[in-house]
Design a protein around this ligand. Structure first.
Ligand code: HAM
Length: 420
């Protein structure tokens, strides 16, 4: 076990890091364009935050949390998502006293004790954005556009946006009753989980993976038929704004998200080539969450997307950049006597801003030149004995194999000139 990472976790090795950073940079750039600022909250929180925020009875809270007592006996939980934490921070730091809406984004690891498979991890990474303090449908549409823009900018195609409205505390009770009336005669046919959902959260039955294909599921009353006027109008405006922005979407009235805090808009972005783990992102509005977590009644809306799934999708489509950055200079050191000169020169080049490396293991010149090639160095500095006697070094241009002897004191300016 000593040399095996815990199940459901994965190292992001140096060979992959450029891909991750490329994705992060696109996200940061789009957030800048949309005027969202970064927020960083702790990796663990009081367990109660997620129980209250995400909701007892959800799979995430009941089955998937990494919860433990710290050394003083307090129950803490590794964050399974970040919306509850952002809202906690909003309340704790009284950010509601600042101009609204607060628009923030985050990226970082989340933890769910899920059954691991491709695209489903126990430690995974999310990029997410939250806009807190506006009930305007413009913000719903804006967060959807933010998510869609990131994915499009990355070059992903075949994305499907599914949206729904899950109503509000005014209209949901009526739909809940309709659902219970509808499912009551089928109660015995439902899976065990759905039987317990029947009283607590009948809406969640619509989202059940086990019961999904049972014949009576298709006829279940749609939430979109029970919306109150306010929710209905809100939903219509969101759709209109998406139309205006030429964003394609599909209304899916069976779309139910796995977290309890949603009101009105709920959505998911799917990338079907990923198969079972096709949801690359999801989100929606949560107008009751700030108050639920002890703050003043304040609406909010946001989304999160999974890095691992995005990276898989980009890999599928051959859209990930080169695995390693090229370097400027590699110093070839044939013998120990040349080490000090090489070390000094490499440090001077680094100080001048060049990316450099030098040979650090006992190997032939040929093997060292191979290393320079592997590093995709633009120049190799060859610290041969003859040149060294003259206080110089051989500079080899790796692109055309031309060589020139350069005085050690002039190497930095030579490389600088060669750059233009
Ligand atoms: P979520 O749908 O639970 O929403 O997660 C968002 C995304 O995180 C998923 O679409 C998926 O790409 C990724 N994800 C979730 N679980 C895993 C896993 N075990 N392994 C790999 N990727 C995973 C939320 O977390 C909400 N906080 C989104 C939100 C923000 N709603 C409002 N604001």
């Amino acid at each position: 076990m000593l040399t095996v990472a815990p199940r459901g976790t994965k190292d992001i090795l140096p060979g992959m890091i450029n891909g991750w950073r490329y994705v992060e940079n696109v996200m940061r750039e789009v957030c800048r364009e949309f005027n969202y600022q970064e927020i960083r909250t702790p990796i663990f929180e009081h367990t109660e935050l997620f129980q209250r925020g995400i909701g007892d009875g959800t799979d995430v809270v009941d089955k998937e949390m990494y919860t433990f007592n710290d050394r003083s006996g307090r129950s803490v939980t590794l964050r399974p998502e970040n919306t509850a934490s952002v809202v906690r921070s909003f309340v704790e730091n009284k950010l509601y006293a600042e101009p609204m809406p607060l628009k923030v984004y985050y990226m970082g690891p989340m933890f769910r004790y899920d059954r691991p498979q491709a695209g489903r991890m126990r430690q995974f990474h999310q990029f997410g954005a939250e806009a807190i303090g506006s009930e305007s449908p413009v913000v719903d549409a804006e967060t959807i556009l933010l998510a869609v823009t990131v994915l499009k900018r990355l070059g992903l195609k075949e994305l499907k946006l599914k949206i729904n409205s899950v109503g509000c505390p005014n209209c949901r009770p009526q739909h809940r009753k309709l659902l219970q009336d509808y499912f009551r005669p089928h109660l015995a046919e439902l899976c065990e989980d759905c039987q317990s959902r029947f009283d607590r959260s009948p809406l969640r039955i619509l989202d059940c993976k086990v019961d999904h294909d049972k014949p009576f599921m298709a006829g279940a009353p749609k939430i979109t038929d029970s919306l109150c006027d306010e929710c209905h109008d809100h939903f219509e405006t969101v759709k209109k704004l998406l139309d205006e922005a030429s964003v394609e979407y599909e209304v899916d009235s069976t779309l139910v998200r796995g977290l309890d805090y949603y009101t009105k808009t709920a959505y998911e972005i799917q990338y079907s080539p990923l198969g079972a783990q096709s949801a690359v992102g999801g989100g929606g509005r949560y107008d009751g969450l700030v108050e639920e977590l002890g703050g003043p009644s304040t609406p909010g809306v946001g989304f999160a997307m999974g890095f691992e799934r995005i990276i898989l999708a980009l890999e599928n489509q051959g859209l990930l950049p080169e695995t390693k950055d090229a370097i400027d200079v590699f110093a070839v050191v044939p013998d120990a006597a040349a080490q000090a000169d090489a070390f000094k020169t490499v440090m001077a080049l680094r100080d001048a801003g060049f990316s450099c490396d030098m040979n650090q293991i006992d190997r032939s010149m040929k093997a060292q030149m191979k290393q320079a090639d592997r590093d995709r160095a633009r120049f190799a500095l060859i610290f041969g004995e003859d040149e060294r006697q003259r206080g110089a070094v051989m500079v080899r241009n790796m692109a055309d194999s031309s060589q020139q002897e350069v005085k050690l004191s002039e190497v930095v300016s030579y490389i600088k000139k060669a750059e233009v």
